[in-house]
Design a protein around this ligand. Structure first.
Ligand SMILES: [Mn+2]
Length: 195
């Protein structure tokens, strides 16, 4: 069962994440940051991942701690659920458009945290959501999931579209990389024999 249940409490946030990598895209989300819920919903739906995320954060200050810490906790849950990575594809990629916007996301379950993030938003905010926080989310995820992640927004005029294509492509790429490869016969997909 590729599932995990992680709770993370700090003085700034209390977060719980439940994940099932072999789900159907069901999501129950209550982070206190509505735009983040909308983006997590994209990961679940397009990743075919069942996801429950609850967060109580210090959003009276701003959304920063909550968004970053949800990324961290999701990364921890992902690392636990994926386990020893035997028999998975390891690499995943996706291009996703939304009208004028187009993004590419490439992931490697390498065991080495690395984020390469190239997104120039056309606006500083999406509603009340600070677009800088998308990067904080992915940095938190990468650090704790132990993945290499390349994110490129190739074009886009609308910041909501730019951000949404990133999260959708991220979900699709995760799905591909986490999928079982029938021809791998349960082997770890590395000539080193470990990831
Ligand atoms: Mn949207």
């Amino acid at each position: 069962m590729r599932q995990a249940d992680v709770k993370r409490d700090t003085l700034e946030t209390r977060i719980s994440v439940r994940i099932d990598l072999d789900g159907t895209g069901k999501a129950t989300l209550a982070t206190g940051v509505p735009f983040l819920d909308h983006m997590l919903d994209q990961i679940a739906r397009h990743g075919a991942i069942d996801l429950e995320v609850k967060a109580e954060g210090d959003v009276h200050i701003d959304d920063h701690h909550t968004v970053e810490d949800v990324g961290i906790t999701l990364g921890q849950a992902f690392a636990r659920a994926i386990g020893d990575k035997k028999g998975i594809r390891r690499y995943g990629h996706a291009y996703v458009p939304l009208d004028e916007a187009l993004s590419r996301v490439v992931v490697d379950f390498s065991g080495r945290p690395g984020l390469h993030y190239f997104v120039e938003y056309t606006r500083a905010r999406i509603g009340s959501f600070d677009v800088d926080l998308a990067r904080e989310f992915f940095q938190g995820f990468v650090n704790h999931a132990g993945v290499t992640l390349h994110i490129d927004n190739l074009r886009g005029d609308n910041a909501h579209h730019q951000c949404e294509t990133i999260f959708k492509a991220f979900g699709r790429a995760l799905r591909m990389a986490a999928e079982r490869d029938d021809r791998a016969l349960g082997a770890i997909p590395s000539t080193k024999g470990a990831l």
